[in-house]
Design a protein around this ligand. Sequence first.
Ligand SMILES: [Fe+2]
Length: 336
Amino acid sequence: MVCSPPGVIRDAMDCTDTPMETVLFVDDSRLTLAVVHDLFKDRGLNIITAEDAESALTIVRREEIAVVVSDNVMPGMSGLEFLSSLKTHSPDTVKILMSAFADLPSALAAINRSEVFRYVLKPWQDDEMLDAVHEGLTRYRLVQKMRREDEDILRSLAQTIELKDPCTKGHCDRVAELALRIAEALGLPKEVQREIKYGSWLHDCGKIGISELILNGPQKLNREEFETVKKHSLWGADIARKANLSEIARNIIAYHHERHDGTGYPDGLLGDEIPMETRIVSIADVYDALITDRPYRPGYSRKEALEKMQKMRGTFHDPHLHDIFMTLMAEGTDPH
Ligand SMILES: [Fe+2]
């Protein structure tokens, strides 16, 4: 189900096939609470406000909260303390911090620890707040739907994620198809193949937390932007863990950018430390990325892509799995 393409409709808060979701705003300024209440009214959401973290915690214990947006500097418990305590009290709630510029380093550190999904810099514009809550709701729904592990739902979620980056349209399907060819050639059991398919579909689900400006920019990413994009594997793994996806699918999402020689991310795993199913998907992912147009370069031809892949044998990719992949390509059994 596609509620609304991110960045296109801010009123996705109007998804009609989900029960009314609750967004909680916490701020010691009554004026700010009145402003956000006004901004979000009539958007099909249940809006609750609290003037301090302690009363917000009471609300969280009582009700299911989809998204919480909290100020940081408040009398008593700080916003960051409150949001990190939700890890135990309400793990599914998506957490957004309203941060002053001076607090930015601690907000970013909290994002890196997956304790906070996004920050909104004060003073914020209406659009920034609407976008942040919209993305938060999308992520909340993602976890709820992934938890059902219904094949049609998982595939349509993959397509929803692809909407964030038009260049990747069809990427998840193609990666799954190619990864399954390798898995079949290895004779892996059907249940494992099914998890490889789910992991391939959802491998980039962590991109739901990354701005489209970065994902769709016309130039190559600068260092800082690349560091942000790199976080998608861990953010995705966090979503997958909350959705109780299988270990195989979770590993694919977390480690699909690891490399055989240990130079990948997020953990710099080496060789067999990278789960085998993940090594399969990363070969399929890289090949499909090479043959696909990017905003900064056209896609390579099949021949050029295979030449590039050949240079990645034993560095990027497991040599044994690489050889199986190349054999499939040489036999012309690849789906592309
Ligand atoms: Fe990725």
